[in-house]
Write a protein that binds this ligand. Structure first.
Ligand code: C5P
Length: 224
């Protein structure tokens, strides 16, 4: 029988990119594939948790037994994640959320009128989903355990520790090495108040299982 260290736990995962509309036919997004977040949702489900996956626009099948909420913008993802986190035990933020969105979304397609004039885009900052949830009453009381991700390219450990403190989360997971967007494998550095744990290079599926086991240990779940 497979171990179920997260039996009875409710887990919320954000995954994928966000899409920030410019007008009804255009927008700004990024190359996040959602693979890591989907693998984590699957691993958490297999560990016995009740899992909700808040997913930006990705082309991935929903893991078996996982409840999925599809969203587009950072603000949609924020609203869905905050709502789900109200009753969750564990929140894992893997989404590559757009830092900024166009200040205005045009009601109609912006037209090229032949004058050679180009539209000027102004931006406003998006809400920080992870920081907001980590600072919520539920997380502050210890009822909700929050996990963040970081894609740093230098001074991995120091930057990850700084981000962990800034976001107010007990555990921050840094991607090791070059961009992992779209790839099927990765390596992870787990940073918490005890120090650093490395999960060496492996498939995202295996890393997700190892990460879920590490999280279960930290929230007091028993590994069989
Ligand atoms: O600040 P930075 O974007 O590097 O932080 C990355 C972490 O914060 C990831 O866990 C990401 O999912 C989360 N995040 C978020 N909302 C944002 C920006 C980042 O939840 N607006």
């Amino acid at each position: 029988l497979a171990p179920k260290p997260l039996l009875g736990q409710r887990v919320v995962v954000t995954a994928g990119p966000t899409f920030e509309a410019i007008d009804p036919v255009r927008g700004i997004t990024n190359h996040s594939s959602g693979k890591m977040g989907f693998a984590i949702a699957r691993a958490a489900r297999e560990a016995g948790a009740e899992v909700t996956l808040v997913a930006g626009p990705v082309h991935l099948p929903t893991p078996r037994g996982v409840q999925r909420i599809d969203v587009q913008s950072a603000r949609d993802m924020h609203a869905a994640a905050v709502d789900e986190a109200l009753s969750a035990d564990i929140f894992i933020a893997t989404a590559a959320v757009a830092d900024w969105r166009p200040a205005q979304e045009a009601d109609q397609k912006i037209k090229k009128d032949g004058s050679g004039e180009v539209p000027q885009l102004a931006f406003v900052e998006n809400p920080d989903i992870l920081a907001d949830i980590a600072h919520s009453a539920r997380a502050q009381s210890g009822a909700l355990y929050c996990v963040g991700f970081a894609a740093e390219s230098e001074n991995l450990e120091a930057n990850a520790q700084a981000k962990r403190v800034r976001k107010g989360v007990p555990l921050l997971v840094a991607n090791i090495g070059p961009a992992t967007f779209g790839k099927d494998d990765n390596a992870l550095l787990l940073v918490d108040d005890e120090g650093v744990t490395e999960l060496p290079h492996a498939s995202k599926r295996v890393l997700a299982q190892q990460l879920v086991a590490e999280i279960a240990r930290r929230v007091g779940g028993e590994m069989a």
